[in-house]
Design a protein around this ligand. Sequence first.
Ligand code: UD1
Length: 367
Amino acid sequence: MSQTFVSVVGARPNFMKLAPLAHALAARTDVRHVVVHTGQHYDAEMSDAFFRDLDIPLPDCNLGVGSGSHAQQTAAVMQRLEPLCIETRPDVVIVYGDVNSTMAAALVAAKLGVRVAHVEAGLRSRDWSMPEEINRVVTDRVSDLLFAPSRDAVANLCAEGIGVERIHFVGNVMIDSLIAALPAARAADAPARYGVGRGRPYTLVTLHRPSNVDDPATLRRLVESLAALAADAPVLFPVHPRTRARIEALGLGPSCAAALRWLPPVPYVEMLSLTLAAGVVVTDSGGLQEETTYLGVPCVTVRAQTERPITCREGTNRLVLPDAGAIERAAADARSHRPLVPPVLERWDGHAAERMAGVLCDGARFS
Ligand code: UD1
């Protein structure tokens, strides 16, 4: 019997989780897959560029919610998604990651009695000041199918009393996207465009978490650290719109432009290409912690804790606070440990989406 799945995505890190599953579902007969974009991210470089790079068909519908406070954004997704869900009557609503759109869509579906599948379930930072932690816990609580990327995520869900029959250890779908894009990323040779790479080492930076960019004193310290890093090797810094706005509001734009190579947000394949050859990556992104681990590229994560502990335990990631000198020391130490042998992590193998499609379409189980 034909099944209808509705995938709801909204923000940049959702798109690389959607792509492999969209492709796996497209290969199935008797499946209708409707993709809804909430519009949480709307700039072409934060959204359209990713659909192009990842070869995902354009969304069937865009809810156009845009930016706002957490309550406004969450409420707008809920209000606009509910009628669409009632009209479409999906068998399952599939949500991705931990952004506001994820939690809002999960709540809408659960309250309509529609089954919810959560891609990247079970990650926990145990830091309730992170909006994403609230989104993760709420989404998992109302989900019927929980697709976990790692064994620690399975353990977190079990510890919260979620029945094992709902949990599927399918592996890391971000790595599916990465493996698929590797040939294009190698061919792109993005570092050459910026005059780095091939024996000219560089540092790649991304920062956008509220904990790092919303407090002026912290942001000033971070900018000073990046300028100090730039004394050793060029710093390539694709800047998130929220970070750019904060830097400009503090009047730090000119000093950043002088010391750093700051770029607009870069598309997926270009970012992967820049990551591949970086001496070290300094970030607060979730996805980059995983990508650098898979590639064996040293990573310094500017956060007190991570919901992806496997990247520190088995991978190349280390956590550091945004204190004076700390990032420079961690980056120097991380760089001196290259080359690293990438770890072989269980079910980070490019087949997570096939497993998820098996669960959704055939009732397969992955424990
Ligand atoms: C969101 C996610 C975060 C994820 C990040 C990736 C939540 C709570 N946070 O954070 O987990 O790591 O996406 O980027 O969902 N803006 C633009 N253009 C856009 C989108 C945003 O200029 O296309 C600006 C707006 O000023 C907006 C601000 O960025 O207010 C923040 O956007 P928002 O979607 O609220 O959160 P992110 O910081 O992007």
